[in-house]
Design a protein around this ligand. Structure first.
Ligand SMILES: NC(=O)c1ccc[n+]([C@@H]2O[C@H](COP(=O)([O-])OP(=O)(O)OC[C@H]3O[C@@H](n4cnc5c(N)ncnc54)[C@H](OP(=O)(O)O)[C@@H]3O)[C@@H](O)[C@H]2O)c1
Length: 306
C-alpha cells in the first residue's frame, strides 16, 4: 500500500515518521511530480498537478475539517474525500467560543482596562437569560460548542441544514427557519462549512435580525461574514462587538479596519488547530477500515459541498 503525503506549508518529517509508525507495511512518501500512483493521500492545499497525476486514489485525507479550498480543485472522480472529524479540534473550538462569550458577557476587557489604570470598579452583572447563544452549524464542532456553552447555563439555539435534536439546544433548520433562529439569538457563533449556500450568510439583513447588543463570533471561514456589514452594524450600535478568528484574506491585510477596531478582537486563524498525533491516529484508523472494506466517518458529499 502506498500513501502519498502532499501538504503545502507543512513540515513533512514528523508527519512521515508518525504515519509510518501508524501504518506499518505502508510505503509513505512525500509526493513529487512523477511519483508513483498511491492508494491513499494525506493532503493540505495540494497543487492541481498532484490530483491530476493521482487519479486512482481510494481516498484523500484532508488534514483539516474544512474542505472549501480543496473542492475548488478538479478532483479524481473515484476518490473519496475524507476530512478530519474532530481529531482534537472540537475541544479547542469549545474553549475558544466559551472564552469569547464569557469575556464579552463578563466584560473582562473593561475590567482589564480599569485595572491597568489602577481603577477598582464594579459593573452591574448582566442577565444570562438575555444572552442567548445561537450556533450556526450543529456538526462535529458546532454540537460540541453548543454543549459547552449550555454547561454555563446560557440559553442555546442551533441552526443546521437538516433538522436535529440536541439535548438542551433549541434547534432550527434550513433557510426558512434562519430568520426565527437569528431573532431568538443575541450572540451568534458561526461554525458552518463554506459552501455556495453559506457564503456571506452573516450579511446586513441577517445580522440585523439578531437581538440588540448582538455579538458575533466567527470561527468558520472569513467569507461567511460581509466585513462592511459587520462594521456598519457596530457603528449603528446594533451590534456590541465581535471576536473573529477567520478572514476573507489571510493573513488579514495591513490596514484592514478589523486590526484596530475597538470592539473587534481578532486571532490569526488559531481557534482549532490540526493536532498531528490525533490526526495521524484518525487517518490510520480510517485507512485500516477502508482496507477491510468498511465505511468511515467524515466522507465529504461533493453535491452538498461539505
Ligand atoms: N477556524 C478554525 O480553526 C477552524 C477549524 C476547523 C474547522 N473550521 C470550520 O468549521 C466548519 C465546521 O466544521 P465541522 O467539522 O463541525 O463540520 P460538519 O460536521 O460538516 O458540520 C457542518 C454543520 O453545518 C450545517 N450546515 C451546512 N450547510 C448548511 C446550510 N446551508 N444551512 C444550515 N446549516 C448548514 C450542517 O448541517 P447538517 O447537520 O444538516 O448537515 C452541519 O450541522 C468547517 O467546515 C470549517 O470551515 C474552522
Amino acid at each position: 500500500m502506498r500513501v502519498a503525503f502532499c501538504c503545502t506549508d507543512t513540515d513533512s518529517a514528523p508527519w512521515l515518521t508518525g504515519l509510518r509508525a501508524a501504518l506499518p507495511g505502508a510505503e509513505v512518501f512525500v509526493w513529487q511530480p512523477g511519483a508513483p500512483q498511491a492508494d491513499y493521500a494525506v493532503v493540505w492545499a495540494p497543487p492541481q498537478q498532484f490530483l491530476d497525476e493521482q487519479p486512482q486514489l481510494k481516498a484523500l485525507f484532508n488534514i483539516g475539517a474544512g474542505v472549501d479550498a480543496l473542492l475548488k480543485l478538479r478532483l479524481p472522480e473515484a476518490t473519496q474525500i475524507v476530512r478530519l472529524d474532530d481529531a482534537g479540534m472540537s475541544v479547542q473550538m469549545a474553549e475558544y467560543v466559551c472564552h469569547a462569550l464569557i469575556r464579552h458577557y463578563r466584560e473582562f476587557d473593561h475590567y482589564e482596562a480599569d485595572t491597568r489604570a489602577s481603577k477598582w470598579s464594579f459593573r452591574k452583572p448582566q442577565s444570562r437569560a438575555e444572552f442567548t447563544v445561537g450556533i450556526m452549524g450543529l456538526g462535529v464542532l458546532g454540537e460540541r460548542v453548543a454543549r459547552a456553552v449550555a454547561q454555563f447555563d446560557f440559553p442555546v439555539n442551533g441552526w443546521s441544514r437538516t433538522p436535529k435534536q440536541v439535548h438542551g439546544v433549541q434547534c432550527y433548520a434550513a433557510a426558512e427557519e434562519l430568520p426565527q433562529f437569528l431573532a431568538a439569538s443575541r450572540v451568534l457563533v458561526c461554525l458552518l462549512p463554506l459552501t455556495a449556500e453559506t457564503r456571506d450568510v452573516m450579511n446586513l439583513a441577517n445580522l440585523s435580525r439578531l437581538q440588540p447588543g448582538g455579538y458575533v463570533i466567527n470561527v468558520a471561514r472569513g467569507a461567511h461574514l460581509v466585513d462592511e456589514d459587520l462594521l456598519a452594524l457596530l457603528d449603528s450600535g446594533h451590534l456590541a462587538g465581535a471576536m473573529l478568528d477567520v478572514f476573507r484574506t489571510e493573513p488579514l491585510p495591513a490596514g484592514h479596519p478589523f486590526w484596530s477596531h475597538p470592539r473587534i478582537t481578532i486571532t490569526p486563524h488559531t481557534s482549532a488547530r490540526t493536532l498531528r498525533s490525533e490526526s495521524i491516529a484518525q487517518i490510520a484508523g480510517k485507512v485500516a477500515a477502508m482496507q477491510r472494506g468498511g465505511s468511515v466517518a467524515g466522507v465529504v458529499h461533493l453535491s452538498r459541498g461539505y
